[in-house]
Ligand binder design. Structure first.
Ligand code: PMM
Length: 332
């Protein structure tokens, strides 16, 4: 498969040309950081921490102040085995939080599989619909997104939480995820969604075993182009605190590292994904990930001979900032 990096790519990291942000979202001069606020009692990584509108709004404001470009607000846990909540309950959880954050000027996305919730969220000011089912859970969703004219995260998904791990069976995970995402893109475009509004997500941990997640992370350029050489979609990744990191960092007795001990590993994935051209990283803890996307970007630019690092290499910048000629001469 192509690494999608073009003639300047020299194999340092398999990098994609990062697609621009869809209209209405922060620009993407680097990989963006999406901070997570789960207004749920049971999300596996932060369930219960921000359950209540005031706590959730305060957390969203904190994430934005720490450097989150977008704050993703969800009211339904998608952890493996989770049971669904009603639409009314989901709306009750996320509505005031989205309204409070957007009124404070924070760019907000809504993490929902329901058109009804997405509609209310957009009405309250959400700028992005993050649908982990890619329009499969609620057939009304693509039409609603098309009418609302907001960007849309189409994630790879094979079924609701109670059944998804049984479906983590692949002969060629990258090829199959690209093919299945491609079919979702065709379906949502047929429902009226502008392709320029689509963001793709490989759905780490959703009907995926650890080896599937790693394979997908190392093929972001293929996901961006759906395995072909056509359109270059922005790619969002959600590795933060997921079980495959806990398993990687397991204790000698094999017990997985608890999620709260996986933030450093998340930061490492964020840096690598940013270097490989990811458009956005969805994370629970922002500060170190906000640093990591800048490291990843400098790495990518140096590898591809573009941007700040490339200008420094060409001697076109003379003072100030990382990657300048002056900086390059520092002993440190
Ligand atoms: N993961 C979770 C929830 N929402 N949205 C996108 N686009 N991508 C993801 O990988 C994703 C998501 C589950 O994680 P959480 O319960 O810790 O939020």
């Amino acid at each position: 498969m192509s690494d999608g990096m073009g003639a300047t790519g020299t194999g340092r990291l398999p990098g994609a040309q990062r697609a621009p942000s869809p209209p209405g979202l922060p620009g993407a001069a680097r990989c963006l950081v999406m901070g997570v606020v789960n207004v749920t009692p049971d999300s596996f990584s932060d369930g219960g921490s921000w359950f209540g509108a005031d706590a959730a709004i305060a957390r969203g404001l904190e994430l934005a102040a720490q450097g989150a470009d977008i704050v993703d607000v969800g009211g339904e846990s998608t952890r493996p085995g989770a049971q669904r909540v009603t639409a009314d309950e989901e709306l009750r959880r996320v509505g005031p939080v989205i309204a409070g954050l957007t009124q404070a000027g924070v760019p907000v996305s809504v993490d929902t599989m329901r058109a009804e919730v997405a509609q209310a969220a957009v009405d309250a000011g959400a700028r992005l619909v993050n649908d982990v089912s890619g329009g499969l859970a609620d057939p009304e969703m693509p039409r609603l997104v098309a009418q609302a004219g907001v960007p849309y995260v189409v994630m790879h998904w094979r079924g609701h939480s109670h059944q998804m791990q049984d479906r983590a069976v692949y002969a060629d995970v990258v090829g199959e995820v690209c093919e299945e995402l491609g079919r979702r893109v065709d379906a949502v475009v047929a429902a009226g969604v502008d392709p320029a509004m689509i963001i793709l997500d490989p759905g780490l941990g959703f009907a995926k075993l650890a080896e599937h997640n790693w394979a997908l992370l190392t093929h972001l350029a293929d996901i961006s182009r759906l395995g072909g050489s056509g359109a270059n979609f922005p790619v969002l990744i959600g590795a933060s605190r997921k079980r495959f990191l806990g398993r990687l960092l397991a204790a000698p007795d094999g017990s997985p590292r608890p999620f709260a001990g996986c933030d450093d590993a998340t930061v490492a994935v964020t840096a690598l994904a940013a270097a490989a051209g990811a458009w956005c990283a969805r994370v629970h803890e922002v500060p170190a990930n906000a640093d990591a996307v800048r490291v990843g970007e400098a790495w990518r630019e140096a590898a591809t001979g573009t941007g700040m690092a490339g200008e420094a290499a060409a001697g076109t910048r003379t003072a100030g900032g990382a990657g300048t000629a002056a900086h390059a001469g520092d002993a440190g």
